[in-house]
Ligand binder design. Structure first.
Ligand code: EPZ
Length: 420
Protein backbone atom coordinates (compact mmCIF):
# COMPACT_ATOMS: atom_id res chain seq x y z
CA UNK A 1 0.00 0.00 0.00
CA UNK A 2 1.12 3.58 -0.66
CA UNK A 3 1.57 6.30 1.92
CA UNK A 4 2.41 9.98 1.68
CA UNK A 5 5.37 11.53 3.49
CA UNK A 6 5.30 15.29 3.94
CA UNK A 7 7.50 17.79 5.76
CA UNK A 8 7.03 21.35 6.89
CA UNK A 9 7.45 23.89 4.11
CA UNK A 10 8.56 27.49 4.43
CA UNK A 11 5.87 28.49 1.96
CA UNK A 12 4.18 27.47 -1.30
CA UNK A 13 4.06 29.46 -4.53
CA UNK A 14 2.68 29.03 -8.03
CA UNK A 15 -0.48 27.71 -9.64
CA UNK A 16 -2.54 24.55 -9.17
CA UNK A 17 -4.88 23.28 -11.87
CA UNK A 18 -8.21 21.97 -10.52
CA UNK A 19 -9.65 18.79 -12.05
CA UNK A 20 -13.25 17.99 -12.89
CA UNK A 21 -15.61 17.42 -9.95
CA UNK A 22 -15.82 13.83 -8.68
CA UNK A 23 -19.32 14.43 -7.32
CA UNK A 24 -20.52 15.83 -10.64
CA UNK A 25 -18.82 13.09 -12.69
CA UNK A 26 -20.52 10.22 -10.84
CA UNK A 27 -24.17 11.16 -11.58
CA UNK A 28 -23.18 12.29 -15.09
CA UNK A 29 -21.63 8.88 -15.83
CA UNK A 30 -24.74 7.14 -14.42
CA UNK A 31 -26.82 9.44 -16.64
CA UNK A 32 -25.29 7.84 -19.76
CA UNK A 33 -27.58 4.85 -19.02
CA UNK A 34 -30.41 7.08 -20.31
CA UNK A 35 -28.65 7.73 -23.64
CA UNK A 36 -29.51 6.39 -27.10
CA UNK A 37 -26.02 7.52 -28.27
CA UNK A 38 -22.46 7.13 -27.11
CA UNK A 39 -21.71 10.08 -24.83
CA UNK A 40 -18.62 12.31 -24.96
CA UNK A 41 -17.46 13.54 -21.55
CA UNK A 42 -14.64 16.06 -21.04
CA UNK A 43 -12.73 17.14 -17.91
CA UNK A 44 -13.21 13.84 -16.05
CA UNK A 45 -10.86 13.54 -13.04
CA UNK A 46 -8.53 10.54 -12.77
CA UNK A 47 -9.75 9.33 -9.37
CA UNK A 48 -10.61 5.83 -8.17
CA UNK A 49 -14.35 6.44 -7.79
CA UNK A 50 -14.72 7.37 -11.48
CA UNK A 51 -12.84 4.23 -12.56
CA UNK A 52 -15.02 2.15 -10.21
CA UNK A 53 -18.27 3.49 -11.70
CA UNK A 54 -17.02 3.01 -15.28
CA UNK A 55 -16.11 -0.57 -14.34
CA UNK A 56 -19.58 -1.10 -12.89
CA UNK A 57 -21.14 0.08 -16.15
CA UNK A 58 -18.88 -2.23 -18.17
CA UNK A 59 -19.90 -5.14 -15.90
CA UNK A 60 -23.47 -4.39 -17.01
CA UNK A 61 -22.47 -4.48 -20.69
CA UNK A 62 -21.57 -0.88 -21.45
CA UNK A 63 -18.31 0.07 -23.17
CA UNK A 64 -16.09 3.06 -22.47
CA UNK A 65 -12.82 4.63 -23.49
CA UNK A 66 -11.20 6.85 -20.83
CA UNK A 67 -7.99 8.63 -21.87
CA UNK A 68 -6.44 11.79 -20.37
CA UNK A 69 -9.48 13.65 -19.07
CA UNK A 70 -11.86 12.50 -21.80
CA UNK A 71 -14.25 9.55 -21.94
CA UNK A 72 -16.66 8.12 -24.45
CA UNK A 73 -19.32 6.01 -22.74
CA UNK A 74 -21.70 3.78 -24.71
CA UNK A 75 -24.43 2.05 -22.73
CA UNK A 76 -26.52 0.93 -25.69
CA UNK A 77 -25.49 -2.70 -25.22
CA UNK A 78 -26.21 -2.94 -21.48
CA UNK A 79 -27.78 -6.39 -20.90
CA UNK A 80 -27.32 -6.80 -17.14
CA UNK A 81 -29.29 -4.88 -14.52
CA UNK A 82 -27.59 -6.14 -11.34
CA UNK A 83 -24.94 -4.03 -9.59
CA UNK A 84 -23.17 -6.60 -7.42
CA UNK A 85 -21.77 -6.26 -3.90
CA UNK A 86 -18.13 -6.57 -4.94
CA UNK A 87 -18.33 -3.20 -6.73
CA UNK A 88 -20.94 -1.43 -4.62
CA UNK A 89 -19.02 -2.18 -1.40
CA UNK A 90 -16.09 -0.12 -2.73
CA UNK A 91 -18.22 2.85 -3.68
CA UNK A 92 -21.61 3.64 -2.18
CA UNK A 93 -22.33 6.15 -4.96
CA UNK A 94 -23.03 3.06 -7.12
CA UNK A 95 -26.58 3.63 -5.88
CA UNK A 96 -26.74 6.26 -8.64
CA UNK A 97 -27.33 3.52 -11.26
CA UNK A 98 -30.59 2.46 -9.58
CA UNK A 99 -32.78 5.27 -10.92
CA UNK A 100 -31.59 5.20 -14.54
CA UNK A 101 -31.48 1.38 -14.85
CA UNK A 102 -34.94 0.98 -13.32
CA UNK A 103 -36.33 3.73 -15.57
CA UNK A 104 -34.81 2.23 -18.71
CA UNK A 105 -35.23 -1.53 -18.14
CA UNK A 106 -38.12 -1.75 -15.65
CA UNK A 107 -36.02 -3.78 -13.22
CA UNK A 108 -32.79 -3.35 -11.30
CA UNK A 109 -30.89 -5.02 -8.46
CA UNK A 110 -28.31 -3.03 -6.53
CA UNK A 111 -26.44 -4.29 -3.52
CA UNK A 112 -27.39 -2.22 -0.48
CA UNK A 113 -24.57 0.31 -0.06
CA UNK A 114 -23.41 -0.35 3.49
CA UNK A 115 -22.64 2.54 5.77
CA UNK A 116 -19.23 4.06 5.54
CA UNK A 117 -16.72 5.54 7.93
CA UNK A 118 -18.55 8.85 8.22
CA UNK A 119 -21.97 7.48 8.95
CA UNK A 120 -24.92 5.19 8.28
CA UNK A 121 -25.62 6.80 4.90
CA UNK A 122 -29.10 5.24 4.41
CA UNK A 123 -30.81 5.32 1.00
CA UNK A 124 -34.39 5.19 2.30
CA UNK A 125 -35.28 8.51 0.66
CA UNK A 126 -34.12 7.25 -2.77
CA UNK A 127 -36.29 4.12 -2.40
CA UNK A 128 -39.37 5.90 -1.03
CA UNK A 129 -39.35 8.32 -3.98
CA UNK A 130 -39.00 5.49 -6.53
CA UNK A 131 -41.94 3.66 -4.89
CA UNK A 132 -43.99 6.85 -5.21
CA UNK A 133 -43.16 6.74 -8.95
CA UNK A 134 -44.64 3.25 -9.17
CA UNK A 135 -41.66 1.02 -8.47
CA UNK A 136 -42.02 -2.10 -6.36
CA UNK A 137 -39.03 -2.46 -4.05
CA UNK A 138 -37.90 -5.45 -1.99
CA UNK A 139 -34.76 -5.78 0.09
CA UNK A 140 -33.54 -9.39 -0.20
CA UNK A 141 -30.24 -10.83 0.99
CA UNK A 142 -28.62 -7.41 1.07
CA UNK A 143 -29.87 -6.40 -2.37
CA UNK A 144 -32.38 -3.74 -3.39
CA UNK A 145 -34.67 -5.46 -5.90
CA UNK A 146 -36.65 -2.83 -7.79
CA UNK A 147 -39.22 -3.50 -10.51
CA UNK A 148 -41.47 -1.19 -12.53
CA UNK A 149 -42.91 -3.42 -15.27
CA UNK A 150 -45.15 -0.62 -16.57
CA UNK A 151 -42.41 1.98 -16.39
CA UNK A 152 -42.18 4.82 -13.86
CA UNK A 153 -44.85 7.48 -13.55
CA UNK A 154 -44.11 11.12 -12.80
CA UNK A 155 -45.49 12.38 -9.47
CA UNK A 156 -44.96 14.98 -6.73
CA UNK A 157 -42.06 14.05 -4.44
CA UNK A 158 -41.15 15.88 -1.26
CA UNK A 159 -37.78 14.83 0.22
CA UNK A 160 -37.92 14.71 4.04
CA UNK A 161 -34.20 15.61 4.03
CA UNK A 162 -32.07 17.23 1.34
CA UNK A 163 -30.15 14.39 -0.33
CA UNK A 164 -27.63 15.03 -3.10
CA UNK A 165 -27.48 11.59 -4.72
CA UNK A 166 -31.15 11.03 -3.84
CA UNK A 167 -32.06 14.12 -5.89
CA UNK A 168 -29.77 12.98 -8.74
CA UNK A 169 -31.29 9.47 -8.74
CA UNK A 170 -34.83 10.79 -9.00
CA UNK A 171 -33.93 13.38 -11.67
CA UNK A 172 -32.59 10.52 -13.82
CA UNK A 173 -35.53 8.21 -13.09
CA UNK A 174 -38.01 11.02 -13.79
CA UNK A 175 -36.29 11.79 -17.13
CA UNK A 176 -37.63 8.55 -18.67
CA UNK A 177 -40.88 8.43 -16.66
CA UNK A 178 -44.34 9.02 -18.09
CA UNK A 179 -45.50 12.54 -17.24
CA UNK A 180 -44.21 15.23 -14.95
CA UNK A 181 -42.28 14.83 -11.68
CA UNK A 182 -41.98 17.70 -9.19
CA UNK A 183 -39.20 17.27 -6.63
CA UNK A 184 -39.60 19.55 -3.60
CA UNK A 185 -36.70 20.05 -1.17
CA UNK A 186 -34.28 19.11 -3.97
CA UNK A 187 -30.52 19.45 -3.43
CA UNK A 188 -29.08 22.60 -5.06
CA UNK A 189 -25.41 21.57 -5.18
CA UNK A 190 -23.63 22.67 -8.41
CA UNK A 191 -23.17 18.98 -9.23
CA UNK A 192 -26.96 18.49 -9.25
CA UNK A 193 -27.36 21.68 -11.31
CA UNK A 194 -24.97 20.38 -13.97
CA UNK A 195 -26.86 17.05 -14.21
CA UNK A 196 -30.07 19.04 -14.83
CA UNK A 197 -28.37 21.33 -17.37
CA UNK A 198 -26.93 18.45 -19.42
CA UNK A 199 -30.28 16.61 -19.47
CA UNK A 200 -32.17 19.82 -20.29
CA UNK A 201 -29.72 20.67 -23.12
CA UNK A 202 -30.27 17.10 -24.42
CA UNK A 203 -34.03 17.46 -24.65
CA UNK A 204 -35.38 16.49 -21.22
CA UNK A 205 -37.27 19.61 -20.14
CA UNK A 206 -36.38 20.50 -16.56
CA UNK A 207 -37.75 23.66 -14.88
CA UNK A 208 -36.46 25.28 -11.68
CA UNK A 209 -32.82 24.26 -12.24
CA UNK A 210 -30.73 25.46 -9.29
CA UNK A 211 -33.76 25.84 -7.02
CA UNK A 212 -35.22 23.51 -4.39
CA UNK A 213 -38.23 22.75 -6.60
CA UNK A 214 -37.44 20.85 -9.81
CA UNK A 215 -40.00 19.90 -12.46
CA UNK A 216 -38.89 17.14 -14.82
CA UNK A 217 -40.99 16.37 -17.91
CA UNK A 218 -40.32 12.69 -18.64
CA UNK A 219 -39.88 11.19 -22.13
CA UNK A 220 -42.14 8.17 -21.35
CA UNK A 221 -39.34 5.70 -21.99
CA UNK A 222 -37.78 7.39 -25.04
CA UNK A 223 -33.97 7.34 -24.62
CA UNK A 224 -32.14 10.67 -24.77
CA UNK A 225 -29.59 11.89 -27.30
CA UNK A 226 -27.10 13.24 -24.77
CA UNK A 227 -24.91 16.10 -25.95
CA UNK A 228 -21.16 16.28 -25.24
CA UNK A 229 -20.34 18.12 -21.98
CA UNK A 230 -17.40 19.13 -19.81
CA UNK A 231 -17.54 18.34 -16.08
CA UNK A 232 -17.58 21.39 -13.79
CA UNK A 233 -14.46 22.07 -11.67
CA UNK A 234 -14.18 20.29 -8.32
CA UNK A 235 -15.10 22.91 -5.72
CA UNK A 236 -13.96 20.68 -2.84
CA UNK A 237 -10.57 20.02 -4.41
CA UNK A 238 -10.30 23.79 -4.98
CA UNK A 239 -11.27 24.55 -1.38
CA UNK A 240 -8.71 22.04 -0.15
CA UNK A 241 -5.86 23.81 -1.99
CA UNK A 242 -7.06 27.22 -0.80
CA UNK A 243 -6.72 25.81 2.72
CA UNK A 244 -3.18 24.70 1.81
CA UNK A 245 -2.40 28.32 0.93
CA UNK A 246 -4.03 29.60 4.11
CA UNK A 247 -2.38 27.11 6.50
CA UNK A 248 1.12 27.68 5.06
CA UNK A 249 0.49 31.46 4.73
CA UNK A 250 1.35 31.25 1.03
CA UNK A 251 0.05 33.17 -1.94
CA UNK A 252 -1.00 30.56 -4.50
CA UNK A 253 -3.37 30.58 -7.46
CA UNK A 254 -5.85 27.85 -8.30
CA UNK A 255 -6.82 27.65 -11.97
CA UNK A 256 -9.88 26.16 -13.76
CA UNK A 257 -12.18 26.92 -10.85
CA UNK A 258 -15.66 28.44 -10.59
CA UNK A 259 -15.53 30.87 -7.65
CA UNK A 260 -19.34 31.11 -7.60
CA UNK A 261 -19.41 27.50 -6.31
CA UNK A 262 -17.20 28.43 -3.35
CA UNK A 263 -19.08 31.35 -1.79
CA UNK A 264 -19.37 29.97 1.75
CA UNK A 265 -15.82 28.58 1.70
CA UNK A 266 -14.30 31.90 0.57
CA UNK A 267 -16.39 33.74 3.17
CA UNK A 268 -15.01 31.56 5.99
CA UNK A 269 -11.43 31.93 4.73
CA UNK A 270 -11.96 35.70 4.69
CA UNK A 271 -13.25 35.57 8.27
CA UNK A 272 -9.99 33.75 9.14
CA UNK A 273 -7.96 36.59 7.58
CA UNK A 274 -7.37 35.70 3.93
CA UNK A 275 -8.21 37.88 0.94
CA UNK A 276 -8.56 36.90 -2.72
CA UNK A 277 -7.98 37.99 -6.30
CA UNK A 278 -10.70 36.36 -8.36
CA UNK A 279 -10.92 36.13 -12.17
CA UNK A 280 -13.36 34.22 -14.38
CA UNK A 281 -11.58 30.90 -13.83
CA UNK A 282 -8.97 31.44 -11.12
CA UNK A 283 -8.64 32.37 -7.47
CA UNK A 284 -5.45 33.70 -5.88
CA UNK A 285 -5.36 33.52 -2.09
CA UNK A 286 -3.54 36.23 -0.11
CA UNK A 287 -3.30 34.78 3.41
CA UNK A 288 -2.90 36.79 6.58
CA UNK A 289 0.08 36.53 8.91
CA UNK A 290 -2.28 35.71 11.78
CA UNK A 291 -5.03 33.15 11.21
CA UNK A 292 -8.19 34.14 13.08
CA UNK A 293 -10.45 31.56 14.75
CA UNK A 294 -13.81 30.74 13.13
CA UNK A 295 -17.27 29.34 13.83
CA UNK A 296 -18.53 26.83 11.23
CA UNK A 297 -21.77 24.86 10.92
CA UNK A 298 -21.93 22.40 8.00
CA UNK A 299 -25.16 22.46 6.00
CA UNK A 300 -26.45 21.83 2.52
CA UNK A 301 -25.39 24.03 -0.42
CA UNK A 302 -25.05 27.00 -0.65
CA UNK A 303 -24.17 26.93 3.07
CA UNK A 304 -20.79 25.65 4.29
CA UNK A 305 -20.10 22.17 2.81
CA UNK A 306 -19.55 19.15 5.07
CA UNK A 307 -16.88 18.03 2.57
CA UNK A 308 -14.71 20.99 3.67
CA UNK A 309 -15.15 20.44 7.43
CA UNK A 310 -12.05 18.31 7.98
CA UNK A 311 -9.80 20.67 6.02
CA UNK A 312 -11.01 23.71 8.02
CA UNK A 313 -10.55 21.83 11.25
CA UNK A 314 -6.90 21.29 10.35
CA UNK A 315 -6.60 24.99 9.45
CA UNK A 316 -8.26 25.99 12.74
CA UNK A 317 -5.46 24.26 14.70
CA UNK A 318 -3.21 27.09 13.43
CA UNK A 319 -5.64 29.89 14.28
CA UNK A 320 -4.91 32.21 17.24
CA UNK A 321 -7.94 31.50 19.41
CA UNK A 322 -10.86 29.11 19.84
CA UNK A 323 -12.75 27.81 16.77
CA UNK A 324 -16.07 25.96 16.95
CA UNK A 325 -16.91 23.50 14.16
CA UNK A 326 -20.31 21.78 14.14
CA UNK A 327 -20.98 18.82 11.78
CA UNK A 328 -24.71 18.63 11.08
CA UNK A 329 -24.93 16.24 8.14
CA UNK A 330 -23.06 13.11 9.17
CA UNK A 331 -22.99 11.37 12.52
CA UNK A 332 -19.33 10.32 12.49
CA UNK A 333 -17.29 12.79 10.49
CA UNK A 334 -14.67 13.72 13.10
CA UNK A 335 -12.29 10.75 12.81
CA UNK A 336 -9.51 13.10 11.68
CA UNK A 337 -9.67 14.73 15.14
CA UNK A 338 -7.88 11.87 16.94
CA UNK A 339 -5.13 11.84 14.32
CA UNK A 340 -4.69 15.62 14.57
CA UNK A 341 -4.58 15.29 18.39
CA UNK A 342 -1.74 12.80 17.97
CA UNK A 343 0.11 15.52 16.03
CA UNK A 344 -0.36 17.87 18.97
CA UNK A 345 -3.61 19.67 18.12
CA UNK A 346 -5.70 20.81 21.09
CA UNK A 347 -9.24 19.78 20.11
CA UNK A 348 -12.17 18.70 22.27
CA UNK A 349 -15.18 16.86 20.86
CA UNK A 350 -18.71 16.99 22.19
CA UNK A 351 -21.02 14.85 20.03
CA UNK A 352 -21.30 16.87 16.79
CA UNK A 353 -19.15 19.85 17.78
CA UNK A 354 -15.38 20.21 17.79
CA UNK A 355 -13.76 22.99 19.84
CA UNK A 356 -10.30 23.77 18.48
CA UNK A 357 -7.94 25.69 20.78
CA UNK A 358 -5.36 27.22 18.48
CA UNK A 359 -2.60 27.89 17.84
CA UNK A 360 -1.10 24.38 18.32
CA UNK A 361 2.45 23.44 17.45
CA UNK A 362 2.07 20.28 15.37
CA UNK A 363 4.67 17.51 15.28
CA UNK A 364 4.95 15.08 12.41
CA UNK A 365 4.24 11.41 13.10
CA UNK A 366 2.56 8.40 11.52
CA UNK A 367 -1.15 9.07 11.01
CA UNK A 368 -3.95 7.08 9.42
CA UNK A 369 -6.46 8.34 6.88
CA UNK A 370 -9.99 7.18 7.70
CA UNK A 371 -12.05 8.71 4.88
CA UNK A 372 -11.60 10.85 1.80
CA UNK A 373 -11.69 14.36 3.24
CA UNK A 374 -10.01 13.39 6.52
CA UNK A 375 -7.05 12.29 4.38
CA UNK A 376 -6.62 15.75 2.89
CA UNK A 377 -6.91 17.34 6.34
CA UNK A 378 -3.96 15.26 7.52
CA UNK A 379 -1.91 16.35 4.50
CA UNK A 380 -2.66 20.01 5.32
CA UNK A 381 -1.52 19.47 8.91
CA UNK A 382 1.61 17.74 7.64
CA UNK A 383 2.55 20.84 5.62
CA UNK A 384 3.02 22.84 8.87
CA UNK A 385 4.06 20.11 11.34
CA UNK A 386 7.66 19.80 12.55
CA UNK A 387 9.46 16.76 11.22
CA UNK A 388 8.00 14.11 8.95
CA UNK A 389 4.31 13.24 8.70
CA UNK A 390 3.49 9.86 7.17
CA UNK A 391 -0.12 9.53 6.07
CA UNK A 392 -1.16 5.89 5.72
CA UNK A 393 -4.22 4.25 4.02
CA UNK A 394 -4.28 6.90 1.32
CA UNK A 395 -6.50 4.71 -0.83
CA UNK A 396 -9.15 6.91 0.82
CA UNK A 397 -7.47 10.01 -0.64
CA UNK A 398 -7.11 8.46 -4.11
CA UNK A 399 -10.89 8.05 -4.32
CA UNK A 400 -11.42 11.76 -4.75
CA UNK A 401 -8.19 13.68 -5.34
CA UNK A 402 -6.46 13.59 -8.73
CA UNK A 403 -2.66 13.51 -8.17
CA UNK A 404 -2.80 15.54 -4.96
CA UNK A 405 0.86 15.06 -4.04
CA UNK A 406 2.00 16.06 -7.54
CA UNK A 407 -0.14 19.20 -7.48
CA UNK A 408 1.24 20.20 -4.07
CA UNK A 409 4.81 19.33 -5.10
CA UNK A 410 4.26 21.60 -8.11
CA UNK A 411 3.86 24.60 -5.77
CA UNK A 412 6.83 23.70 -3.58
CA UNK A 413 5.47 21.28 -0.97
CA UNK A 414 7.87 18.66 0.32
CA UNK A 415 5.65 15.62 -0.26
CA UNK A 416 6.27 12.19 -1.79
CA UNK A 417 4.28 9.00 -2.33
CA UNK A 418 6.12 5.96 -0.92
CA UNK A 419 5.40 2.24 -0.61
CA UNK A 420 4.70 0.70 2.83
C1 EPZ B 1 -23.14 13.39 -1.36
O1 EPZ B 1 -23.34 12.20 -0.63
C2 EPZ B 1 -21.65 13.47 -1.64
N1 EPZ B 1 -21.24 12.31 -2.43
C3 EPZ B 1 -20.87 13.49 -0.32
O2 EPZ B 1 -19.50 13.68 -0.65
C4 EPZ B 1 -21.35 14.71 0.48
O3 EPZ B 1 -20.68 14.70 1.74
C5 EPZ B 1 -22.86 14.62 0.70
O4 EPZ B 1 -23.52 14.53 -0.58
C6 EPZ B 1 -23.42 15.84 1.42
O5 EPZ B 1 -23.07 17.00 0.70
C7 EPZ B 1 -21.52 12.31 -3.75
O6 EPZ B 1 -22.08 13.24 -4.29
C8 EPZ B 1 -21.05 11.10 -4.52
P1 EPZ B 1 -26.79 12.92 1.09
P2 EPZ B 1 -24.84 11.62 -0.43
O7 EPZ B 1 -27.70 11.90 0.52
O8 EPZ B 1 -25.67 11.99 -1.57
C9 EPZ B 1 -29.14 11.52 4.91
C10 EPZ B 1 -17.21 13.25 -0.58
O9 EPZ B 1 -16.42 13.47 0.33
N2 EPZ B 1 -29.88 10.63 3.99
O10 EPZ B 1 -26.88 14.32 0.62
O11 EPZ B 1 -24.71 10.19 -0.06
C11 EPZ B 1 -27.67 11.12 5.07
O12 EPZ B 1 -27.52 10.12 6.05
C12 EPZ B 1 -18.56 12.65 -0.28
O13 EPZ B 1 -17.00 13.52 -1.79
C13 EPZ B 1 -30.91 9.85 4.49
O14 EPZ B 1 -31.22 9.87 5.69
O15 EPZ B 1 -25.29 12.45 0.84
C14 EPZ B 1 -27.02 12.42 5.46
O16 EPZ B 1 -27.20 12.61 6.85
C15 EPZ B 1 -18.67 12.22 1.17
N3 EPZ B 1 -31.59 9.03 3.64
C16 EPZ B 1 -27.85 13.47 4.72
O17 EPZ B 1 -29.09 12.84 4.36
C17 EPZ B 1 -31.29 8.97 2.30
O18 EPZ B 1 -31.95 8.21 1.56
C18 EPZ B 1 -27.20 13.97 3.45
O19 EPZ B 1 -26.87 12.84 2.68
C19 EPZ B 1 -30.23 9.78 1.82
C20 EPZ B 1 -29.54 10.61 2.68
Amino acid sequence: MDYLQTKRVKSLSGTINISGAKNASLPLIAMTILAKNSVNIKNLPHVADIKTLLKLLSNLGATYDFKDDKAIVDTQKISQTKATYDIVKTMRASILVLGPILARFGHCEVSMPGGCAIGQRPVDLHLKALEQMGAHIDIKAGYIEATAPNGLKGCDIIFDKITVTGTANIIMAASLAKGRTVITNAAREPEVVQLCEVLNDSGVQIDGIGTAILTIHGTAGELVNIKEFSVIPDRIEAGTYLCAGAITKSTITIQNVNASHLGSVLAKLEEMGSSFTITENSITIHPSEVIKPVKIVTQEYPAFPTDMQAQFLALATQADGVSIIEEKLFENRFMHVSELQRMGADISLNSHTATVNGKSKLSGTDVMATDLRASSALVLAGLVADGETNIHRIYHLDRGYDALEKKLEGVGADIVRLKE
